[in-house]
Design a protein around this ligand. Structure first.
Ligand code: NI
Length: 181
């Protein structure tokens, strides 16, 4: 088990397109996944992408039963997703608050597809195909963006709803946020 420091916005690796995983069930991949899960849990992340701990591979993890950083969020199944592809199921877009361990202390409103299907492989290399909506769909789109070098601030359309958590909360824009960060 190893908890890694999370790279912050400005680190060039977060702007790179990550490489596909070509071999499953290797010691390196297994320990990467374990470290990502440990780091996500230690940081109370809703998800984590490999580039955030300095590994430029197309691996994301996400999911929680409840999350102190997103107290209003419904549970999302714990998932390891490798070499993912996302397909929107329709054109519907919804706005929602997002944060990122690589952009600490901030939140912004980001438009995302409401309903998606995602495919890829699990930790053992078994194909996955899942339909998701709402916060689950949002988390998957956020994490997979990391693999293409995209951080959520690049998706923001309305910068009047992007800022520091304590300021947004004081302004009543983040009424459900109570945890400290
Ligand atoms: Ni993120």
């Amino acid at each position: 088990m190893a908890i890694h420091p999370v790279l912050r916005m400005g680190h060039p690796l977060l702007n790179q397109r990550a490489e596909a995983v070509t071999e499953f069930n290797t010691t390196e991949l297994d320990s990467l996944i374990e470290d990502m899960l440990d780091t996500m849990q230690a940081e109370d992340g809703a998800g984590l992408a490999a580039p955030q701990i300095g590994v430029s591979l197309r691996v994301v993890v996400f999911g929680f039963d409840e999350n102190p950083r997103y107290q209003e969020a419904p549970p999302v199944p714990k998932t390891v997703l490798i070499n993912p592809h996302i397909r929107p199921l329709d054109e519907a877009i919804e706005d929602g608050w997002e944060g990122c361990l690589s952009v600490p202390g901030m939140r912004g409103i980001v438009p995302r597809y409401s309903r998606i299907e995602y495919r890829g492989f699990d930790a053992a290399g078994k194909p996955l195909e899942v339909k998701a909506e709402g916060f689950h769909a949002r988390v998957v789109q956020h994490e997979c963006d990391h693999l293409d070098g995209i951080l959520y601030p690049q998706r923001i359309k309305d910068f009047s709803r992007f800022g520091y958590i304590d300021e947004l909360a004081r302004a009543g824009l983040l009424p459900l946020y109570t945890a400290q960060e």
